[in-house]
Design a protein around this ligand. Structure first.
Ligand code: GLA
Length: 433
């Protein structure tokens, strides 16, 4: 056990990796928390009817009965850009999902149809040397390719896809599409895999087929989310533990409506800068394998060996790992002030050192921190747009949403979507009752 895992074991007072419940089938989709009645909340409430209606539309389009699967999006409470540096993350699955209705076909083809985009694509399971086509269906094809590479024989299938997650908003719609596709393709082919294996396979699909060099956090949260809990994950050992969220706190997710695009963009550049930092630091610290292994005093001692931007990228990752540990302690002790300070410090570090924030995210966080009832606010996900995560006293959620929404419109001219979410369960088959 390395020093962080030992520290985690000691702060939690127990062994680090306690077995977690597997996601339950027959999930009751999407009750909302709080009473803020925005359009998006009304939308969430109507989501519980989605699986049945999706199966009906599947029957009308393809004929026959469908099985329906869903996988959630996620927010990350803290631990940003640490996963691909072997570090610590603290995400939670949210109660917004991608649903897939799936049924067998007679040929060796996957026909995938996105209801939201009103687009379909055909994927041949016999294609030699398949390549990404820079389309949304790459996520499904990437999963099929990785299942095949894992020795799993897939059968042809029709997949009708409905998304309740905004794309490009930093809520991991791509991981939700990968994981729901994996469940659907495995089940229809009479196969199964453990949730953690599905998460690893979906990450490979995104890294090696789609071309985003992401870490494992999003696929992990989509597979192993647990209602009412955040997930503390050690991205090196893949040990994890579910931590209960305080019952009087509500997660409010504010969408700046600025879309990011990860594949090939600034995200991969940041990862390369971290790797460059490790490569340069290894000359002085030969024992390190990743930024996870570097302490702040060690990094500071070698500041002159690194270009300034690389030094600041490394400083973000090193200090963010410490903030995850401190947040775990704050959650355990019910220290909401410390929790809020860690979130605010994380945002500043992402803005100034890692440089993945943007004007709109900074405005949204500033507005949140000036609102009543907020305990902490920061950008969440890869950045360059997307959402903020705000931890808000449950009885103040209405006022918080109104004040941030109004202020954001005045400051930017954009109308934000605001989602009030519970920490939800991971991917599952929906059992039609
Ligand atoms: C994206 C990636 C994750 C993670 C976050 C930043 O969501 O998919 O693996 O790196 O960005 O924390």
């Amino acid at each position: 056990m390395d020093r962080d895992a030992a520290y985690l074991a000691s702060v939690l007072g127990i062994g680090f990796c306690e077995p977690m419940l597997l996601p339950e089938a027959g999930l009751s989709a999407s009750e909302s928390t709080g009473s803020f009645e925005s359009d998006s909340m009304t939308k969430q409430k109507s989501e519980s009817a989605i699986p049945e209606k999706l199966a009906e539309r599947f029957a009308a389009r393809y004929g026959g009965e469908a099985r329906v699967f869903c996988a959630p999006g996620r927010v990350n409470l803290i631990g940003e850009h640490t996963d691909y540096n072997d570090g610590l993350v603290l995400p939670a699955a949210i109660d917004s999902y991608i649903w897939i209705a799936v049924g067998l076909r007679e040929d060796e083809v996957l026909e995938v149809c996105s209801e939201n985009l009103q687009q379909e694509a055909q994927i041949s399971l016999n294609e030699r040397n398949p390549r990404a086509k820079k389309k949304w269906s790459d996520y499904v094809q990437g999963v099929a390719v990785m299942l095949h590479a894992a020795g799993i024989h897939l059968r042809g299938a029709n997949l009708l896809i409905h998304s309740g997650l905004p794309s490009g908003a930093g809520l991991s719609s791509s991981a939700a599409l990968e994981v729901s596709s994996a469940l659907a393709l495995l089940a229809i082919s009479g196969q199964s895999l453990e949730p953690l294996e599905i998460a690893k396979l979906c990450r490979r699909a995104e890294n090696d087929f789609v071309g985003t060099r992401c870490g494992i956090m999003d696929q992990f949260a989509a597979c192993l989310g647990r209602a009412g809990h955040a997930l503390l994950l050690d991205c090196r050992s893949l040990e994890y533990r579910a931590l209960p969220l305080p019952p009087n706190l509500t997660m409010v997710i504010c969408n700046t409506m600025v879309k990011h695009e990860h594949a090939g963009g600034g995200y991969n550049t940041r990862r390369a800068e971290c790797e460059e930092g490790v490569r340069l630091l290894q000359r002085k610290l030969p024992g390190i394998k990743a930024l996870r292994d570097v302490s702040l005093p060690e990094l500071e001692a070698h500041q002159r060996d690194l270009p300034d931007s690389v030094y600041r990228r490394c400083r973000h990752v090193v200090t963010e790992n410490t903030r995850v540990l401190s947040t775990v302690t704050a959650l355990r002790d019910g220290d909401l002030t410390a929790l809020g300070k860690n979130l605010a410090a994380s945002h500043r570090s992402l803005r100034d050192d890692f440089e993945v924030s943007c004007h709109e995210l900074d405005v949204m966080v500033e507005l949140a921190l000036r609102s009543d009832g907020v305990l902490g606010a920061r950008m969440t996900g890869g950045g360059f747009g997307g959402c903020t995560i705000n931890l808000v006293h449950t009885e103040r959620v209405n006022a918080f949403c109104e004040s941030v929404s109004t202020g954001y419109q005045q400051a930017t001219g954009k109308i934000p979507d605001i989602y009030v979410s519970k920490a939800g369960a991971g991917a599952a088959e929906i059992v039609q009752r």
